[in-house]
Every structure is written in C-alpha cells, then in structure tokens.
Design a protein around this ligand. Structure first.
Ligand code: G3H
Length: 289
C-alpha cells in the first residue's frame, strides 16, 4: 500500500491551487435542484431513533412520493443497522437504496470481526448499501496496510452491494492525508468515498470535496474505474448543495452528476431544497421530511 500511495503522490503535488471559485447561481434551476434531490441519501442517525420513528420516516417518504409522482426519488435512506429491516418492510414499493452506517460507526473503534458481523446482520435484514468509517487513528499512524485490509475484508462480505468509505476528512489534518485516504480506500474496493460521519466537526468542506474529486479523477484515468463521491455532514442549505454540485461538475464533469456516482448525505437538506423548488415552481411541498 505504501508503494501505491507513493506512486500517486506526484499527482497530488501537481494539483492546481484550491481557489474556492465555484459558480453556483447559474445552476439554481428546478432541473438542477431536482437532480440534487435525486442524489440525496436521506439520513436519520440520531440516538433517539426508534423502530417507530424510522417507520414514520419511511411513511413520510412513501406519502411524499404518492402525492408528488413527478418528483424524483431520493437515492437512499440511511439509518443505523438495527433499522435495516424497517427500511426493507416499509420501503418495498419505492426504488430507493437501503443504506446503513456500520462497522462501529461513527468512530470505527471496534474489532474487525464485530464490524463484519454487524454488516452481515444488516445485509440479512435487508440493507443493500453500507457506509463504513476508515480506521482514522491507524491511518494517521501510517498503518496503511492494516486500514486497507479492513476495508478489503468488509468489501468481500458485501455480496456486490455498494461500499461507501467515510474518510472523516475533518480529522485528517491536511489535504495530503485526504488524498492518501481517498487513494487507499479506492484501491481497497470502495465504490464511493465519503467525506464525513456528520458526528465530528469540521464535517464536509468544499476543499475536501475538491481534493477527493481530483483523486477520483486520477484514479479513473489510471485504472478506468469510476468511483462515486458522497459529501455528507452539515450540508443543509440549497446553496451548500449547489456548491458541491458545482465542484463535482467542474472537476469530474456531468458524467458524475447522477445517483450512481454522486450523493449528498444529509438529514436536513431535503426540506430546504423542496421549499426553494416550491418558490421556483410555484408549488407547496409542506416540508415533508
Ligand atoms: O451520513 C450522513 C451524515 O451523518 C448526515 O449529517 P447531517 O445530519 O449533518 O446532515
């Protein structure tokens, strides 16, 4: 793994300076807002979540789509693993992914066999996407092979379902580490790389997403593989989401702007997008989420 990271270091040093100049006003249209809505992993990750509250969450999604069939579906509902069965039973009529955060989320500080057991159990209950957190402490110590082996082991039990690896960019200290964590995760089988758990500050930042987008671009150039990007944590306004949309569009291009390759994980964004869409289209969505 060290050799691989070394090989990609040169490309990191050749990145242009990050200047933060990403246009968003030109993208503020119903079409783009709907596209972003379709890329949301609608998230509920609260200590207070319960079977009843997640059932209610699913019922609200079902009711919203029943009332607004012209609206795209969100990409996924993302919950704790213990609720995977609720998603399976309550969302069986909607074509949305059933995502769980697993593997000792959000710290990742537990034994690999327990991580695997938790994930297998969630899959049995009906999860079909899994978000895990990279072992940040071991990564910062330079134990790259250990971190990579964990990800590979988890990927091997997923039966082809998508694995999203959370880098927890806010804990990685600098862009070189973000780049290395992105390359390590992609080399170990991540289908998506994701910025943050949302449980630590800073969460997603435009600069981290810019670095990760470039890593994905280089990885695609070198290997031919398209890895997705998920920005998550603290993204709540339409403006925030347009900024991430703009960064991905500028670095990776339109090909990446689809639910297969771009996600925004958020617990508060959907309502705000819908109320801005309501203003643009003269509708009323009643803040359903
Ligand atoms: O994975 C998703 C994040 O935990 C969501 O964070 P958020 O609650 O700040 O939107």
């Amino acid at each position: 793994m060290e050799l691989l990271l070394e090989k990609f270091k040169d490309q990191f040093h050749q990145l242009p300076e990050y200047n933060g100049n990403f246009e968003i006003t030109e993208y503020r249209s119903p079409e783009v807002l709907k596209k972003i809505f379709s890329c949301i992993d609608l998230t509920s990750l609260n200590s207070t979540d319960s079977t009843a509250s997640i059932e209610d969450f699913c019922n609200r999604l079902n009711a919203f789509h029943h009332k607004n069939p012209e609206m795209p579906l969100v990409s996924a509902i993302c919950v704790y693993p213990v609720f995977a069965g609720v998603l399976k039973s309550r969302l069986n009529k909607l074509d949305v992914k059933r995502a769980v955060v697993a593997g000792g989320f959000p710290s990742s500080q537990t034994f690999l066999d327990l991580k695997v057991q938790e994930i297998k159990k969630a899959l049995e209950l009906g999860a079909n996407e899994v978000d895990i957190v990279l072992s940040v402490g071991e990564f910062l110590e330079g134990n790259y092979s250990f971190v990579a082996e964990e990800i590979k082991t988890i990927k091997s039990v997923l039966e082809g379902h998508h694995l999203k690896v959370i880098l927890e960019t806010g804990a990685l200290k600098n862009n070189q580490n973000i780049w290395d964590a992105a390359i390590l995760s992609m080399a170990s089988g991540a289908d998506f790389i994701k910025t943050s758990t949302g449980k630590l500050s800073p969460a997603a930042t435009p600069e981290a997403v810019w670095v990760m987008s470039h890593a994905i671009k280089i990885w695609h150039k070198e290997t031919g593989k398209k890895v997705g990007l998920k920005a998550a944590g603290g993204i709540s306004t339409t403006e925030d989401s347009l900024l991430y949309y703009s960064i991905v569009k500028n670095v990776l291009g339109d090909d990446w702007l689809c639910p297969e390759l771009f996600r925004i994980g958020a617990s508060r964004l959907a309502n705000n997008l819908l109320s801005d869409l309501a203003v643009l289209e003269g509708k009323d969505f009643h803040q359903p989420f």
